[in-house]
Ligand binder design. Structure first.
Ligand SMILES: NC(=O)c1ccc[n+]([C@@H]2O[C@H](COP(=O)([O-])OP(=O)(O)OC[C@H]3O[C@@H](n4cnc5c(N)ncnc54)[C@H](O)[C@@H]3O)[C@@H](O)[C@H]2O)c1
Ligand SMILES: [Zn+2]
Length: 681
C-alpha cells in the first residue's frame, strides 16, 4: 500500500472508531491500538502533507454533538491531550516546554488520568446553570439535567468569594463498585452486561431520562477551572480552591519540580492506581503557572503545556489449562478460562473471563495455548489474545459443549444472542440454586440469613423444591442438619450447620418475609427482564398479582417504560402451568399479592382517545406530573414516535431528532400552553 492509500485508509478507520467510541459508546479496538494507528497517521501526514484528508482525525477532537440534546457552544474550547506511552517522549515534551519558556523556571502538576467522559459545568452567581459534554470541542450537548444527578457536583456553592461567572471541568465516571453492582443486577434479570465503566458512563450521560441516570450513581472528579477574570495564578491554587468550594477533587495530584519527579509519580501510580475507586489509564502532566500555560499555547487539538502519559494495559502471558462452563440463574452458559497462576498488577490471576463462544472464536484460542491476560478496571481480568508462536502440538481446539455441563440438557441459542442457554430452568442444579438466591435477596424477599451454603444444604436434603417450600419448613426439619463444604481453590473446609439459634433466626426471617410488598414478590419470581423498577411500575399500574398474571400483552405495553421485550417475557412466564402452580403455592403461603394501584384520579375526559408523547422539559410540569395529567384526562402515553401518535408535546431543550421524526410523520406538535388548553382546566 502506498502512503496515499494508507493515509486514506487510516483516516477512514480512525474516523469510524471515533464515531463508535463517542456516539455509540463502543470501543471496537483497545486504546493502545487506536493511539498507535493515530500516531502512524500523524507521522505519515507530516511526511506527505499533500495527501492529508480534509476530515483527518489528527487535527480534530474526536467527538461530535448528538441530535438528542440542545447544542451549546463552549466559552473556551474543550480540547484533547497529546499522549504518549514512552518516557523518552516525556523527556522530549519537557525539552519543548523548557525551550518555549525561554529558560524560566517552571513546575508541573501531575494528576491521574481518569477514564470517563469530559464534562464542563458553568456556574453563575454560585449556581450550576449548565452542564455539557465536550462534543467536537467547540460545541457540546447540553446535559445539565443529567449532570445534576451527580451527588458530588454542587448545585450551589455556599461560599461568597466565588467569581460571578466561571466554568469547571472534570471527568464524569462510573465508579467500579457501581459498575459491578449494575452488572450483577443485570445478570440477575438476564440483561446484557455493560462492557466497561467508561463506555457505561458515556452511554448513561447520553440518556434522555435523567431519573434513569440518577439510578446509576455516576461521579465526577474536577480538574480544571476557567474564568474571564484571572482568579488564580496557578493550576495548583485552583485545585485547592475547588476542593474548598465543595467540588470533588481527587487528592491524588502532586506538584513536581522537574521531569524526574514526574517519572517517580508515574512509577508510583503504575500499580497503585488499581486501588482507586475508578479506572485510570495514565497520568496527566500540566505546567503549573497560568501565565506560562498561555505562553506555551495550543495546537489545533491540544494544549502545548500538558501531555498525557498512558500506561500500557498490564498484561501477562500464561497457559490456558482448561475451561469451566458456568451456568447462571437465567441458564446462560459463560466460559471461564482456567490458567496457570500468574502475577498481574500485584495479584495472582488463575481465572479469566471469556464472555461467550463468539469471544473464543474471535480470539482463535485453543486449549494449552499461551494466552495474554490483561487487567483493566474490572475485577476479573480478561484474555486478550493468543501467542501463536508458542503454540505446540499439545494445543487442541476448544469444543463448546452442546449440552448443559450441569444437567446434560441440550443447550439452545436464541436468535440475536451471544450466549447459549440451558432451558431446563427448574431441574438444572445451578439454576435452581440461583433461583433461591434471587428469591432471598434483600430487594426481593429479604431472607438473606439463608445464604452461604444453607440453601444448597436444604436442596441437597430434599427439603425444598421451589422457594415456596421455604414457607413449610419447621424447626424439626432444620435443627441439627449440617454439611461440610470443601473450597476447591484453597482446600479449606467450611461447615454449614443449623444450630438452634440459626434455625430460629431463619424461621423468623422467612415468616417476616410474608410482609414484603407486592413489587418485591413480583421481582422475587425471577421473570426475565423484570427488575425492581419494572416490578414497581407493573404493580403501580395493575395493583395486584392477579391483574398482572392475567394481563394481555397490549395491557402490559400500556405500562410506562414497558416495551415488547418485557411484555412478552411476562406473558410467557405466566402462561407456563408450572409457574402458575408455583405462584399459587406462594399465595397459599400468605405472601402479599395485593398492592396499591397508583390509580390516577380521573380529572376529566378531554383527552380520551388521544395519544401523546413529550420531549424536553416544561415550566409547569415535571415529567411525572405531565404523564399523570395525560392519564388523568383519559389520554394515553406512547413510548415512541409512530403514525399512531396524535400529539408530540414539545418543551424546552426538546430532542431535535424526535421533532424531526414527528415532522416527517406529520404528527401534530404542540407546546405546553396548547396542552394546558386541551385539558380545559
Ligand atoms: N478504542 C477506541 O475505539 C477509541 C476511539 C476513540 C478514542 N479512543 C481513546 O480516546 C483517546 C482520545 O480521547 P481524547 O481526545 O478524549 O483524549 P484523551 O482521553 O487522551 O485526553 C483528553 C481527555 O482526558 C481526560 N482527562 C482525564 N483526567 C484528566 C485530568 N486529570 N486532566 C485533564 N484531562 C483529563 C479529559 O476527559 C480530556 O478530555 C485516544 O487516545 C484513545 O485512547 C479510543
Ligand atoms: Zn442445565
Amino acid at each position: 500500500m502506498n502512503p496515499q492509500e494508507r493515509i486514506a485508509e487510516l483516516t477512514n478507520r480512525l474516523n469510524y472508531y471515533n464515531h463508535q467510541y463517542y456516539q455509540n459508546s463502543v470501543s471496537e479496538v483497545d486504546d493502545f491500538t487506536f493511539d498507535k494507528l493515530l500516531a502512524e497517521l500523524t507521522s505519515l501526514e507530516t511526511q506527505h502533507p499533500e495527501f492529508r484528508q480534509p476530515d483527518s482525525p489528527t487535527a480534530r477532537v474526536g467527538g461530535t454533538i448528538s441530535k438528542e440534546f440542545k447544542t451549546v457552544y463552549h466559552r473556551f474550547p474543550m480540547l484533547s491531550l497529546g499522549n504518549t506511552y514512552s518516557e523518552e517522549d516525556l523527556v522530549e515534551f519537557d525539552k519543548r516546554v523548557q525551550k518555549g519558556l525561554n529558560g524560566q523556571s517552571y513546575e508541573y502538576i501531575c494528576e491521574l488520568k481518569f477514564d470517563g467522559v469530559a464534562l464542563s459545568m458553568t456556574y453563575e452567581n454560585g449556581v450550576l446553570v449548565q452542564g455539557a459534554t465536550r462534543g467536537d470541542g467547540v460545541r457540546g450537548d447540553d446535559i445539565t439535567n443529567n449532570i445534576r444527578t451527580i451527588r458530588t457536583v454542587p448545585l450551589r456553592i455556599h461560599k461568597t468569594d466565588v467569581p460571578a461567572l466561571f466554568e469547571v471541568r472534570g471527568e464524569g465516571f462510573m465508579p467500579l463498585a457501581e459498575f459491578e453492582r449494575i452488572n450483577k443486577e443485570r445478570e440477575d434479570i438476564g440483561e446484557a452486561l455493560l462492557a466497561n465503566p467508561r463506555n457505561a458512563a458515556s452511554g448513561t450521560f447520553k440518556q434522555q431520562d435523567s431519573a434513569a441516570v440518577a439510578k446509576r450513581r455516576l461521579d465526577c472528579y474536577l480538574y480544571s477551572f476557567l474564568s474571564d477574570v484571572e482568579v488564580f495564578h496557578t493550576h495548583e491554587e485552583s485545585l485547592i480552591a475547588l476542593k474548598e468550594w465543595g467540588f470533588n477533587v481527587s487528592q491524588t495530584w502532586r506538584k513536581c519540580t522537574d521531569i524526574r519527579e514526574v517519572m517517580l509519580y508515574i512509577n508510583e501510580w503504575d500499580t497503585k492506581r488499581f486501588e482507586l475507586p475508578l479506572n485510570t489509564d495514565g497520568i496527566v502532566i500540566k505546567v503549573n503557572r497560568y501565565d506560562q500555560q498561555r505562553d506555551l499555547g495550543y495546537t489545533a487539538k491540544s494544549p502545548r503545556w500538558a501531555i498525557a502519559f498512558k500506561y500500557k494495559a498490564l498484561a501477562a502471558s500464561t497457559t490456558l489449562n482448561g475451561i469451566q462452563y458456568q451456568v447462571g440463574r437465567t441458564g446462560a452458559v459463560t466460559p471461564v478460562a482456567l490458567l496457570t497462576p500468574v502475577l498481574l498488577a500485584g495479584t495472582i490471576v488463575k481465572r479469566a473471563s471469556l464472555h461467550n463462544s463468539n469471544e473464543i472464536e474471535r480470539l482463535g484460542i485453543q486449549l494449552h495455548d499461551t494466552v495474554f491476560v490483561e487487567k483493566g478496571g474490572e475485577i476479573i481480568p480478561k484474555i486478550t489474545g493468543v501467542d501463536l508462536n508458542r503454540r505446540t502440538e499439545k494445543s487442541e481446539p476448544i469444543i463448546y459443549p452442546t449440552t448443559c455441563p450441569a444437567c446434560g440438557t441440550p443447550l439452545i441459542r436464541k436468535e440475536g444472542e451471544a450466549h447459549f442457554y440451558c432451558p431446563n430452568e427448574r431441574g438444572c442444579p445451578p439454576q435452581r440454586q440461583a433461583r433461591f438466591e434471587h428469591f432471598i435477596q434483600r430487594r426481593a424477599m429479604n431472607i438473606e440469613s439463608l445464604g452461604e451454603g444453607k440453601i444448597e444444604l436444604l436442596i441437597d436434603r430434599g427439603l425444598v423444591q421451589t422457594p415456596a417450600d421455604l414457607y413449610k419448613l419447621t424447626t424439626n426439619d432444620l435443627l441439627g442438619i449440617e454439611k461440610v463444604f470443601l473450597d476447591e481453590e484453597t482446600g479449606k473446609k467450611r461447615i454449614v450447620s443449623f444450630r438452634e439459634k440459626t434455625v430460629e433466626n431463619i424461621l423468623t426471617a422467612i415468616d417476616r418475609s410474608k410482609a414484603q410488598p407486592l413489587p418485591n414478590v413480583l421481582f422475587a419470581l425471577g421473570i426475565r427482564y423484570v427488575g425492581n423498577t419494572t416490578a414497581e411500575k407493573l404493580t403501580d399500574y395493575f395493583g395486584s398479582m392477579d391483574a398482572i398474571m392475567n394481563a394481555s400483552p397490549e395491557a402490559l405495553l400500556a405500562v410506562p417504560d414497558t416495551g415488547p421485550r418485557i411484555a412478552e417475557s411476562v406473558v410467557a412466564w405466566f402462561a407456563d402451568p408450572e409457574n402458575r402452580e408455583y405462584v399459587e403455592a406462594l399465595r397459599a403461603a400468605g405472601l402479599q399479592f395485593a398492592g396499591e394501584k397508583k390509580v390516577v384520579e380521573q380529572e376529566g375526559d378531554s383527552l380520551t382517545g388521544k395519544t401523546f408523547l413529550y420531549t424536553g422539559t416544561f415550566e409547569n410540569f415535571s415529567r411525572e406530573e405531565l404523564e399523570s395529567r395525560i392519564e388523568a384526562n383519559g389520554g394515553r402515553l406512547l413510548s415512541g414516535i409512530s403514525k399512531k401518535l396524535n400529539y408530540l408535546i414539545v418543551g424546552e431543550n426538546a430532542g431535535p431528532s424526535k421533532v424531526e421524526k414527528a415532522r416527517k410523520l406529520n404528527v401534530a406538535m404542540i407546546g405546553e400552553d396548547e396542552f394546558m388548553a386541551m385539558l380545559n382546566v
